[in-house]
Ligand binder design. Structure first.
Ligand code: ZN
Length: 419
């Protein structure tokens, strides 16, 4: 670990409702308001530092020190997919494993970008452990980085998604709890842990470390393209990545060297589980019970990670505001459309992608079809994960079995299984 700067105060957090600023270590919320706190950095220009991986964007990450983690998103100009779509300026941001592209994310998901920044911020904030609830890909990322750094954490995942949790390293300080049900059951169990002494809520999308880490997708793209794209495509579950992209775009706008317009956010979900699409199409800031299909989300959709029931949508500073500010669009993509888009991507770009990324690819086809994107427009497609086939050939990875628990487990039993 090394210091990468000597700023007196690296960043503050600002409440979007009252404007109060906070500077303490691991703050997640304003005590008076529900709005999402945003980080405010004294550095107003994007400076690319000679540091490994995503730490090159150190100036806009909420940490004092960096680590030897060297993963980062990789931006490249598409040829194969661009030809299929008839686009001349299509850029792919790839967060996964593909040595030919220089992509070294061995858990094959952009959630791995969040984990080192969240863990470093937790360490600097004096936090002793964190609890993460996940539909699979966050758990995989946090189990891996937690194991690599030896930082104690508990990952809570629904049983139907535990097959997606594997890691190149597994450390005994990292525990995985496997709970019956879907993401909301994992979330409920994580909440129970947060209420117990000795366990810390990691904050999910409310943690600026997660959003600013995902914002590096846009920072890296701007470094490659030389300007802000006109359109940004991503699949969303909690909304963290979409909000992170918007916030990074606001910083780049303030920098002034990359254009004067925010990229338009084109965000997608996997129907029939598409509560944010339903609310957005109806012009509502609120998600209502009727926006959800009956049944457990994970049994209905191909991209099982896109199953969060309480996303950061209507809250001040959330996805509704991001979509409004950028003139954004939302798309519902069926399982068949996503599968087809994923297969096509692999065929023309040469790398397999995760189901959530396939949803984003399918949404780009829809946008082109209805004329939301023109042939000359500069488009950034966030391929949020891929390369699983290759990583399984190149790297020794271990499945994480986890500890099976009932969703009604008592606090006493929880302490016992985690001791
Ligand atoms: Zn406030």
């Amino acid at each position: 670990m090394r210091g990468a700067g000597s700023l007196a105060m690296k960043y503050t957090l600002r409440c979007p409702e009252c404007g109060a600023e906070y500077s303490s270590g691991f703050t997640l919320t304003c005590p008076k308001h529900d709005g999402i706190l945003r980080s405010n950095y004294p550095e107003k220009r994007l400076i690319l530092r000679s540091l490994p991986g995503l730490w090159r964007f150190y100036g806009w990450l909420p940490v004092e020190k960096t680590t030897d983690y060297h993963g980062k998103p990789v931006t490249y100009k598409s040829r194969g997919l661009a030809r299929e779509l008839g686009l001349r300026n299509l850029y792919v941001s790839f967060s996964g494993y593909c040595p030919e592209l220089g992509a070294e994310i061995k858990t094959c998901t952009f959630k791995e970008l969040e984990a080192p920044v969240v863990i470093q911020r937790a360490l600097e904030g004096g936090v002793k452990n964190i609890v993460v609830s996940s539909a699979g890909n966050s758990a995989r990322a946090f189990v891996h980085i937690g194991s690599q750094t030896g930082f104690p954490l508990v990952a809570v995942v629904p049983r139907s998604c535990v097959g997606d949790v594997w890691s190149p390293v597994v450390s005994p300080v990292v525990k995985t709890l496997v709970v019956e049900g879907d993401y909301s059951d994992a979330d409920a169990l994580a909440k129970k842990l947060w209420s117990m002494e000795g366990f810390t809520c990691e904050g999910g999308g409310r943690n600026v470390a997660r959003r600013d880490a995902l914002g590096t997708v846009l920072l890296d793209a701007v470094g490659e393209i030389g300007r802000l794209p006109e359109h940004y495509f991503q699949a969303v579950s909690s909304g963290t990545g979409g909000i992170g992209a918007w916030e990074a775009a606001l910083r780049l706008l303030e920098d002034g060297r990359f254009g004067g317009e925010l990229p338009r956010l084109h965000l997608s979900q996997n129907s029939p589980f598409a509560p944010m699409v339903e609310a957005w199409k109806a012009g509502r800031r609120e998600i209502l019970p009727q926006d959800f299909p009956p049944g457990e989300a994970v049994n209905l959709i191909y991209a099982k990670v896109l199953s969060k029931r309480s996303p950061l949508y209507g809250v001040k500073g959330g996805l509704y505001d991001a979509l409004t500010a950028t003139g954004g669009e939302m798309y519902a993509v069926t399982n068949a459309e996503a599968r087809k888009a994923g297969e096509l991507f692999e065929e023309v770009e040469g790398v397999d992608i995760v189901p959530a990324a396939a949803v984003a690819v399918a949404s780009l086809f829809k946008a082109v079809e209805v004329g939301k994107v023109d042939a000359e427009d500069t488009v950034l497609l966030n391929v949020s994960g891929g390369g699983e086939k290759r990583v399984k050939e190149d790297v020794d990875i271990y499945p994480v079995d986890g500890i099976k628990v009932s969703k009604d487990i008592s606090e006493k039993e929880l302490r016992e299984v985690l001791s």
